[in-house]
Design a binder for this molecule. Structure first.
Ligand SMILES: C[S@@+](CC[C@H](N)C(=O)[O-])C[C@H]1O[C@@H](n2cnc3c(N)ncnc32)[C@H](O)[C@@H]1O
Length: 443
């Protein structure tokens, strides 16, 4: 349990929550998500999380928690006191979890603002987009910091556009940022799916895109192979004959997002791996005697979002933070998600994503190596084999542990307790920051 406790905000919360029940619609079942025809796994996950009526982020006004005030870390003795303090907050509120930008407000957002200020080109007005801004704490913190620390003209001319899929959270963001009157003229919320290409215009100017804990909630696809050597199949979700349950259906690979993702990952469609003839002969025999089914989760939601962002904002710089791994995952497959549900005030993990139906959060670890490849691929439409070489690369990218990022750009002394324990640096070992800026490479 110690590893889990120290691992992430979402995980952390699951051991501290104990009081209230978050209401959910009992009559709604996961079979309602699927109609008469089967749907791809990513479409199932999208509905379970974002269906306007029944989705996890739509029905739970408290799916993203907001602290009433900042935690005064310097007044707490150490880890024990911090845990006790958090426990009390969770007992008082109806929320599912607090994200780092919330727990460490305003310092976490200030670190992000400082990273932007050190890199931004101030000869053009500063334009920031935030995808999935939750309760608006990041937006407010970034704008506060720029107002205080950047030349006046930078703040005066800046714009901050939040693209948020949940109407409840979009409203909350306006309230949070509106606490400072002068921010409101520069801030706007667009309530829409950021991965929908039809909703974006085209922005030729340099701009920034911030995404905190968004990639983990983006839909993924699943591929399946019945043993170590058979071809990969794409996984669809269907109703069982009596309509009472859901089951997986395996179809030959066809979906373009799935096949692009496999190419970027360098997974061959026929299930083969590189090696000698003798080696693959032995593998075939082994697979026949001891067949071991394979499952692999693909971040097709991230691929789609990055394709759309690179198309609409070709000179964007990107700051994303997310979980690099998740503990105690029960769902099978590489890069598998945690499906976490809260009932009677207690969190528990489900054994199948098919049981998620609006009251469960489905979140994935981010494979940062793969994220970087996807980013390069989308920025220039590189052929997958060229991704590893410098040829044609249009991005400079960097992946940093959260502690390294905050030590570089933030003010870590502000989140240090009396005995030196610093939850922002010490408790988020399974989260990373990804930074990606355009280069002048035009070849
Ligand atoms: C886990 S919350 C993180 C909230 C906030 N960034 C934070 O760190 O506190 C994920 C957020 O992304 C939003 N979101 C997820 N998918 C989205 C999409 N396709 N377009 C826009 N917003 C999205 C959710 O509604 C929610 O606000």
């Amino acid at each position: 349990m110690a590893a889990r406790l120290a691992s992430s905000s979402k995980r952390l919360s699951s051991f501290l929550i104990s009081s209230k029940v978050t209401p959910f619609c009992r009559a709604y079942s996961s079979t309602n998500i699927v109609g008469e025809s089967p749907i791809l796994v990513r479409d199932f996950i999208h509905s379970a999380l974002y269906d306007p009526e029944h989705g996890y982020f739509s029905q739970r006004s408290a799916s993203v928690g907001q602290l009433d005030s900042s935690i005064k870390f310097n007044q707490l003795q150490g880890r024990k006191a911090y845990m006790k303090y958090l426990d009390a907050i969770y007992k008082r509120s109806d929320i599912s979890w607090f994200t780092p930008v919330e727990l460490f407000k305003p310092w976490y957002a200030h670190g992000i603002a400082e990273a932007i200020m050190r890199t931004a080109n101030f000869s053009v007005p500063l334009k920031i987009y935030e995808i999935g801004g939750g309760s608006g704490t990041c937006a407010k913190g970034v704008m506060d910091y720029i107002k205080l620390n950047a030349p006046t003209r930078v703040y005066d001319n800046m714009t901050y556009v939040s693209v948020e899929i949940s109407p409840t959270l979009a409203k909350k963001q306006l309230e949070t940022v509106g606490e400072v009157d002068s921010h409101l003229a520069k801030f706007s919320v667009e309530c829409r799916d950021a991965a929908d290409p039809n909703e974006w215009g085209h922005e030729e100017q340099p701009c920034w895109v911030i995404m905190l804990e968004v990639l983990d909630n983006l839909p993924h696809d699943l591929i399946y192979s019945k043993d170590q050597v058979s071809s990969w199949m794409e996984v669809w979700v269907q109703k069982t004959r009596d309509g009472q349950e859901l089951s997986e259906l395996y179809k030959p690979l066809e979906d373009p997002l799935i096949t692009s993702c496999m190419e970027i990952l360098d997974i061959s469609k026929d299930g083969s791996t590189r090696g000698s003839m003798a080696g693959s002969f032995a593998k075939n025999i082994w697979a026949k005697i001891f067949p071991s089914p394979r499952k692999c989760w693909l971040p097709t939601g991230s691929l789609k979002l990055l394709q759309v962002l690179h198309g609409a904002l070709p000179k964007m710089s990107l700051i994303a933070s997310d979980f690099s791994y998740l503990p105690d995952v029960r769902i099978p497959g590489e890069r598998a998600p945690l499906v976490s549900s809260k009932k009677d005030g207690k969190s528990s993990d489900l054994n199948s994503y098919l049981d998620a139906k609006g009251e469960a959060d489905i979140f994935f670890p981010t494979d940062f190596w793969l994220l970087e490849r996807i980013d390069h691929h989308c920025s220039v439409k590189l052929k997958p084999r060229d991704i590893s070489s410098k040829k044609g690369k249009k991005r400079r990218t960097l992946t940093l542990d959260t502690s390294s990022f905050m030590e570089e750009f933030g003010l870590p002394t502000k989140t240090r307790t009396k005995d030196g324990y610093n939850p922002m640096l010490d408790d988020f070992k399974n989260t990373k920051f990804y930074l990606s800026v355009p280069t002048h490479n035009t070849k």
